[in-house]
Design a protein around this ligand. Structure first.
Ligand SMILES: Cc1cc2nc3c(=O)[nH]c(=O)nc-3n(C[C@H](O)[C@H](O)[C@H](O)COP(=O)(O)O)c2cc1C
Length: 327
């Protein structure tokens, strides 16, 4: 999720689930080709399985960017056909491509010819006044004919004019039934659903009709739910890692980052939502917010100690609620 997630966030989420597929935020194909690759595309081996999401609509550029990403070790390349940002007005990427399924098909075909890893597409139900019946079918048929390996559908329309990107994630109504009908029409194809899933119970319910559930905001805002994913959806029999072990892993990770000149805040900003509800969660957020630039990992340990202490005092103790996942 642009401006929210990054490699540090993914490393953290991977401490909570070993199996959920993690997606990067969208990176525009031109940036992949011409930009600072270490900064834009660098990741830790621990983040696997990891998909890179690309933005763009030029088949040759997308093919080149996909090949670069495959060389770097990404496990999947996903094409963004759902982002309603202002830049879509320039017609270069995102949800506006719902209007040109043949072009998206050309993009997917070029990417497929350039890489061996799966090439997938994340789209909307349609845009503006498109009829979501034919619009989604046309997009799906075009990318599948081009060889797309899976389709993720954010189950609402995007309004390209009149709504901000943020409003476009909430205001157009969700229509899970439309995605279920797509899956029923395409039984052989992996169809995943996205949008509005806040809990693993809700994800399980959706899995009755589709093949996968992608969590966006819930994964970021309430990351502890990721720790229930492996047992519930991937048959893992080992116990979910306890929060103390997760924090210790992040202390070690942050120490390496600090040694390389990074700041604690770059890591801890993704961890603010680790505790919700239980005693100490507020203290955790307070201690990890507004960190001075020189803050070191003692601060992270101290914040966790405060949560643990509060848990010993409170009868309910420290609890974390314990997803196939995210952008
Ligand atoms: C801050 C933010 C940035 C986002 N960036 C991306 C992105 O880069 N690529 C993408 O496909 N979706 C992006 N999204 C949309 C989410 O992936 C997801 O489709 C949307 O939030 C609905 O799912 P949710 O209700 O589970 O969050 C972003 C969402 C947010 C909140």
């Amino acid at each position: 999720m642009m401006d929210w997630t990054d490699r540090h966030c993914r490393f953290f989420h991977r401490r909570l689930t070993r199996h959920a597929l993690l997606y990067t935020e969208m990176v525009v194909a031109d940036a992949v080709i011409h930009g600072d690759r270490e900064r834009l595309l660098g990741f830790s081996p621990e983040e696997h399985p990891l998909a890179l999401q690309l933005g763009g609509s030029d088949p040759a550029k997308l093919a080149r960017a996909a090949a670069i990403a495959e060389d770097l070790g990404y496990d999947e390349i996903n094409l963004n056909v759902g982002c309603p940002s202002d830049r879509v007005k320039s017609g270069t990427f995102g949800a506006c491509l719902m209007l040109t399924p043949a072009l998206v098909g050309d993009c997917v075909a070029a990417m497929k010819a350039a890489v061996r890893v799966p090439v997938t597409v994340k789209c909307r139900l349609g845009v503006d006044d498109q009829d979501t019946g034919p619009a989604l079918d046309a997009l799906a048929d075009a990318v599948l004919a081009a060889g797309a390996d899976a389709l993720w559908v954010h189950a609402r329309k995007a309004w390209l004019s009149g709504l901000s990107p943020k409003e476009n994630r909430d205001i157009p109504p969700l229509d899970y039934g439309r995605v279920a009908r797509l899956k029923a029409r395409l039984p052989e194809v992996f169809v995943g659903i996205n949008g509005g899933t806040r809990s693993l119970d809700a994800a399980a319910e959706r899995l009755g009709e589709v093949d996968g559930v992608m969590l966006g905001r819930a994964a970021y805002e309430t990351p502890a739910i990721l720790s229930g994913v492996d047992a519930r959806f991937y048959g893992a029999t080992d116990a979910a890692r306890d929060p103390g072990a997760v924090v210790e892993d992040m202390v070690a990770y942050a120490s390496r980052l600090l040694a390389g000149g990074g700041r604690l805040h770059h890591v801890t900003r993704h961890m603010l939502g680790l505790f919700h509800g239980p005693a100490g969660a507020r203290r955790w957020r307070q201690m990890l917010s507004a960190l001075p630039p020189e803050a070191n990992t003692d601060r992270l340990r101290a914040a966790f100690a405060a949560v643990a202490e509060a848990g010993r005092e409170a009868p309910q103790g420290v609890s974390t609620s314990r997803s196939p996942v995210m952008a």
